[in-house]
Design a protein around this ligand. Sequence first.
Ligand SMILES: *Cc1c(COP(=O)(O)O)cnc(C)c1O
Length: 332
Amino acid sequence: MASIKLSKANFFHNLDIIQAQTQSIDKIALVLKDNAYGHGLFEMAKLASEYGIKRAVVRSNAEAQQIEEFFEYVLVLADIPKTPSEKIRYTINTLEQIKEFPSGSLVELKVDTGMSRNGVSIEEMQKAISSIKNKGLILESVFTHHACADEMDGKYELQNECFTQLKEALVNNKKVRFHSCNSAALFRQKSCDEDMVRVGIAAYGCLELPFSSNAEKLKPVLSLYAQKNSSRLVKAGESVGYGAAFTSQVGVTVSNYDFGYADGFLRSCSTNYQTPQKIKIAGRISMDNSSFVSDKDELLVFNDARVVANYAGTISYEVLTSLKSHLKREIV
Ligand SMILES: *Cc1c(COP(=O)(O)O)cnc(C)c1O
């Protein structure tokens, strides 16, 4: 069965670079949502805690419960608590949601500064803060999310400006903390003056930015390996796999490997894909097995999700989060 290798050295190297950017390990909240971007929730949580990371961000209650032992602070982005927790904080995404939170819960208010996706509007903010208080919830922070931190279209600056005004409006509320940075925003800033950053893709080593920064030193953590099922000599004119999408001009050895789109490797990588060792795909990615022009017993399918994303016409986030949880993950 195909399997994933996780480079501890590269992960720790990335955390070093992120820490140089934040100037404090305590500010780093590692985003572990969606099975730690496909890397494996438990494996990455354990490694992060070994490094000394104290904060994590996840999507759901179920994810928070699986990893809370490793952290002092866990922020849930999109779920509602059953009972208040001392460690787990919950995001308030809409005004209506507030009544569903059990009193005594630690909450963080998400404010929409221009992404127009989740979060209460600037106009609703004061109302949200008083509803939170009336419901007996404990407001820990007000935060926002950037739509264009990795684009140079001026939108990032507008959202920042909006968030700065919001902070000024809450200046008398001494207890409230603020955070706004994802990976791209962190590497875009000269200094990190907020209380926390929510870093995902940079920690996994696949951040891509349209300007030069220390992010260029980040290294991908995940690689995918597959094992050979069988080999055969394909004669000139013979073809391989579904749709006979590969036809050899000369006799070549083609081997079939034990991975496919059911493991989460994108089928859109059919026909043209080449592995990091320049081994060419022979035809299409199938459900459970895929052929390559090679006789190797073990195939390194990829070691940089950004390269796969290029072939597939998508982003590294999708390549990584597509990888199924049934794949064995091994820390090397
Ligand atoms: C996913 C997510 C992040 C992390 O984004 P990266 O680009 O991976 O660093 C940060 N904040 C929120 C609210 C998110 O949903």
